[in-house]
Design a binder for this molecule. Structure first.
Ligand code: C5P
Length: 408
């Protein structure tokens, strides 16, 4: 994903530096070339050797402290994104006032001048974070186009609670990817549905399916990092909410329909990745159905159809909105998907053959075909769901470009 992408990682003297070791590892795993720059204070927490081993590159230190003089201008120029994690109050203050008294602040000032993408992950005690100086500096840095990730709220290393925790490495990585790939969905409102629905029979039993929700969650995560404002309406899953999105939890197809209809008028794009149950028990029993009381299980599961949400939605005034559906099939994938594309009046349908073990439900990879409204088919190779999400969203960007900007 970040293959051969040079990333500069500035490290300052905050306890959260231990998370930056993990960030370095994640960046390397994505194929990025990582170049670390450490301040003198950061070295009071960890040795450069840790970052040298993880990044497999020489760590840049303040001039005079290294045997090999470091060409900071060349490196600053080559970096696609300049990340500082952790960014201490001190670093923010220096950067906001143009102080360039060490290698890192010199490089940052240089990068700021050439408008390179800079991402800061502030980390400090909650009261320091709330100080007017820090708040003023952050406002200033934002105004200059510097990107910020976090801080999160929670328990801090000093024992206090509040804002100031450095964002988790996965979240910082996501933001880096967003900056590398561009914010081509900025200002777009995207509604993604994900996961299974659960249709109750009685207080104990439900009718559901094997959807893990992974595809929808990846779509939400990738759309958010590409700048979209994302609402994710999710059935029951084991997944954590992606950062920076609005998560709405639902259980049944009926609840999903209600939420989707409520949110649809305020969206530009609806991606219906949820595996909505097509049937539900006809009757909900408020008490557990005991086997001793049941004469036979035969008539216990009388079913009725759930509403076809996407079909209903497709009848609403379109006003340039993009509608995307999924077709999980176990046979005749393409003809079945094409029929759904037409019946639901979609701009794109993502068809996958869920009978293949490495594709579809419960796994992290997927092999899909993208079928557009004119029935053109693009067959994608087997890819991680994150990359499938990127491809689907590339199509969304293209479709949106062909339309006048839809009114939300
Ligand atoms: O017809 P089928 O259920 O296979 O269609 C799949 C697509 O339609 C998916 O995008 C799914 O989220 C959506 N769907 C729906 N309402 C249903 C069933 C499926 O919107 N009741």
């Amino acid at each position: 994903m970040l293959k051969d992408t040079p990333i500069l990682l500035g490290l300052t003297g905050g306890i959260a530096i231990y998370k930056s070791a993990e960030l370095t590892r994640l960046l390397r795993r994505e194929g990025a070339e990582v170049y670390c720059v450490m301040t003198r204070n950061s070295r009071r927490f960890v040795q450069p050797l840790l970052f040298e081993a993880l990044s497999q590159n020489r760590v840049a230190l303040d001039e005079g402290e290294v045997a090999h003089p470091f060409d900071h201008i060349r490196l600053s120029e080559k970096a696609r994104v300049f990340v500082v994690a952790p960014a201490t109050a001190n670093l923010l203050g220096k950067l906001a006032s143009g102080v360039a008294d060490n290698l890192l602040t010199t490089m940052l000032t240089y990068a700021l001048g050439r408008r390179a993408p800079i991402l800061l992950a502030p980390a400090m005690n909650a009261n320091m974070y709330k100080s007017p100086a820090v708040q003023e500096n952050l406002r200033r840095l934002k105004k200059w186009g510097i990107h910020l990730v976090g801080p999160a709220s929670g328990e801090l290393a000093c024992g206090d609670e509040g804002p100031g925790r450095m964002s988790e490495p996965e979240e910082i990585l996501d933001r880096i990817k967003g900056l590398v790939h561009g914010l081509d969905l900025a200002g777009r409102k995207i509604l993604v549905t994900a996961g299974p629905t659960r249709e109750p029979l009685d207080p104990i039993r439900v009718l559901s399916n094997r959807s893990s929700g992974k595809m929808g969650y990846e779509l939400a995560r990738v759309a958010a990092r590409r700048g979209a404002r994302v609402t994710l309406v999710s059935g029951p899953t084991q997944l954590a909410a992606p950062p920076g999105i609005n998560l709405v939890r639902i259980e049944t197809a009926e609840e999903l329909k209600k939420k989707t209809e409520e949110l649809y008028p305020q969206t530009n794009v609806l991606i219906m990745a949820a595996a909505v149950a097509d049937f539900r028990p006809r009757r909900f029993h408020s008490q557990k159905q005991k086997k001793t009381e049941m004469k036979s299980a035969d008539n216990l599961l009388e079913l009725s159809s759930t509403p076809d949400i996407l079909k209903e939605i497709s009848k609403y005034p379109r006003r340039g909105r993009v509608l995307i559906g999924f077709a999980a099939e176990s046979e005749n994938t393409i003809p079945n998907a094409k029929a759904k594309l037409q019946a639901k009046n979609l701009d794109l349908i993502v068809a996958n053959d869920v009978s293949r073990p490495e594709s579809g439900f419960e796994v992290s990879t997927n092999q899909v075909c993208l079928i557009s409204a004119d029935e053109k088919i693009e067959e994608l190779p087997l890819l991680p769901k994150e990359e499938v999400a990127e491809k689907i969203l590339d199509r969304v960007v293209k479709i949106l470009e062909t339309r006048r900007r839809p009114k939300p």
